[in-house]
Design a protein around this ligand. Sequence first.
Ligand code: T1G
Length: 685
Amino acid sequence: MTIVSTEINKNIAVITIDNPPVNALSHAVRSGVSVALKQVSSDQDVAAIIIICAGRTFCAGADITEFGKPPMDPSLPDLIAEMDQVNKPLIAALHGTALGGGFEVALGCHYRIMDSHAKVGLPEVNLGLIPGAGGTQRLPRLIGVEAALDMIVTGKPISAAKAEKLGIANKISHGDLKSDALEFTQDLLTQNKPVMRISDLDVKASTEVFSDFEKKVSRRIRGFIAPKAAINAVKAATELSFEEGLKFERDQFKTLVNSSHSIAQRHMFFAERMALKVPGIDKSTSVREINSVAVIGGGIMGCGIAINFLNKGLPVTLIEISEEAQKAAFERIANIYSSSVSKGRLSEQQKEQTLSLLITASDYAKLANADLIIEAVFEDIEIKKQVFKKLDDAAKAGAILATNTSFLDINEIANVTSRPADVIGLHFFSPAHIMPLLEIVRTEQTSTEVLATVLKIGKLIGKTSVVSGVCFGFIANRMSSCYGREAGLLLLEGASVEQIDNALYDFGMPMGMFSMLDMAGIDIGVMARQNMAAGSYDEKAFLIHDALVASGQKGQKTGSGFYKHEGRNKSPNPQIEQLVEKFAKENNIKRREITIKEIEERCIFALINEGFKIVEEGIAIRQSDVDVVFNCGFGFPRYKGGPLHYAEQIGFDYTLKRITEFAKEHGDRWWTPSDLLIKLAKENR
Ligand code: T1G
C-alpha cells in the first residue's frame, strides 16, 4: 500500500493519501505529500492539483501518537506553507471527518469540495491544544471571527451544508467525490479561476467580539488553558500580519503541547479507546444481532435508556405495570423529544417517526422477540430477582438480559435464571440519554459473545463504555462512596457544606459532593447503604445523610437537603449545623478549622486509593479505564486526566505519602494504601 500516490487525469494531478485508519498526517504522509506536490507543481502538463484521501475519511488530524516525540520535517505548518506557494489551483476533496490538521490542510488549499455527509472541525482544544498549522489564522480570514471562534474554542465539527453556507466548501458532492472533484476542477480551469490563497485575505474585529465571546463560553472552558490560548490566537489574526500570526499560533501550540493539561487530555483520548480493548475479544469474536430492545421500568432511568435506542432507529418495548404507568412513561419520552423539537435539534416529523418505534405494555409476552432486554426497576435485589425470573421465562433463546443496577450483585441476579451466560450489567448514568458513560458489568459467567455484543451496542448508541467486574458499586459508585465518605467526615470534623463543595468545585469537579447529592437525591445513597453489610462502610460519615432523608429532606426534589432549594437557587440549610453539632458530640469528634488543601486531598486521595485497589483486584482491566469512569461519569476535570493519571502527575510518591499520613491520623481501616500504588511509587522513585 502506497501511503501517498499521484495520478494524472488529463491535465489534473490527483494526490491520494492512504494511511488507515483515519489518514492521520504522520511523518510518512507529510513527506509523501511534499514530494508529490513538488513534482506536480513543476510539471508543465499539470494545470491543477487535487488532494484526496482513500478509506473512510479525509485526514482526521495530525498523528497524535507523534506528540511529545522529536519533531520530524516537514512539519505540518511547513507542508501547508509549501501548499500556499503552489501557483496552480489546489483543491481539497473532503469526505468523512476532516479534523484538526486535516482541515488545516484543506484550508491551505485554494478551493474545497465536500461530500454531502462530510464534516470539518478543529477539535484541538479537546486535546488541550490549539490548531497548530494555521487554523487560527486562516479560518477567521475565510469565515469571520465569530464563526471561527465558535469552531475553534468549542472544537465542534460542522456539517457540509453549514460549511458551504460559511464559505468553507465551494462545492458539495452528492455522488462520487473523486469524479465530482475532477469535474469541479475542470470547471475552475475552464473559467480561468485564480489561485485563491486564504493567507492573502485580511480579517478585522472589535475587541468586544472577543470579550463577549469569552463571557459566553466562560462556564464551559472553566479551568482549561487551551480555549483561552485559542481566543488569543484568533485575536492575533486580527492584529498581526499573517506570518506574525502564524508565529504567535506556533508559539502558543508549542507551550500547550508540553503542558500537563494537554498530556492529560491526550491521555483521556486514548484511554477512552483503550477501554474498548478487552482481553479475549477482537474483531473475530462473534456478536449477536440486536434489532429490537425491551426496557423493564418506565421511570427516569428506564425512559432515558429507551431513548438511547430509539435515537438509533431501534424499536423499543417498554414494560410498565399499569396502563397509567405506561402512559406516564410514554409521555416522559415524548416530552424529551418535544423539547429537542423546540430547540431545533429535531423536526416534528422525526419526533413522530421515532415515537412510532416505541410501544408500551405490561405483559412480558410482548418482549418475546427482543434481542436485548434491560431491566431498570427499583434498586432492590429481591425485586430484580423476581424480574429476571420472569424474563427467563418470557425472553427468547439468545436474548441478552441486562440489569441497570448501580451496585447490586449481578452474579446473584444471574443465578436465578437458566441462562447466566446471557446476563450482564449495563449501568447507565442519569440522565441516561445524555451522560456519556456506560459501565458494562460482566459476571463470572457472562459469555464473551454477550460482552462483545454490548461493547458494540455501546459504541452504536454513542456511549463511552468501560468494562467492570462485580463488586459493590462496581468502579464508579465504589470510588464515589469513598469520596463521599471523606466529605461526610470532614463535615463532622469542622468544615461546612459550602466550604467542602467550593473546594471540590475549585479543584475542577463540575459541582461539590453535597450539591451532587442534592441533585441526584440523597435517598439513593441511603438505600444503597441499606444493602451493604454492617461495617463495610464508615457509618458516622453518613449520619447526616440518613437524618436528612429520615426527615424527608432528600435534596432538590424535596426542596431541601444539604441546601435549601428554591427553583434554581440554593442556600445553606440551617438544620445542617444542628445535626453536625449533635453527631460530632455523640461521636466525640472535636470540631476544628479545616484547610481547603485537606478537604481536596482527603476527598481526591480517597478516590485515587480506591481506584488503584479496583485495578489490583482485577475489577477494572487497567488504570486508564478508572480514569475514563471518573471523567465521563462524574466530570473529574479532563485537564487532570482521571484520578489515577492525576496521581501520576502529582507523583505516586507524594500521593502515597499523604495516604499514609491519613492512615495515621484517621486509622488504616479506610486508608490502607493500595499495593499497586506502593509498587508504582517504588518504581517511579
Ligand atoms: N492520530 C493518531 N491516531 C488517531 C487519530 C489521530 N489524530 N485519530 C484517531 N486515531 C486512531 C484511534 O486512536 C483509533 O486507534 C483509530 O484511529 C480509530 O479511531 C496540527 C495538532 C476521527 C472522529 O482530534 O476524533 O491535528 O484504537 O476509534 O470512532 O492543528 O478518531 O483503532 O488503535 O476514534 O470512527 C486533531 C481525533 C489532532 C481527531 C474517528 N484531530 N480523532 O472516530 O474511530 S491534533 C483530532 C477522532 C491536530 C493540528 C493539530 C476520531 C474520529 P485504534 P476511533 P471513530
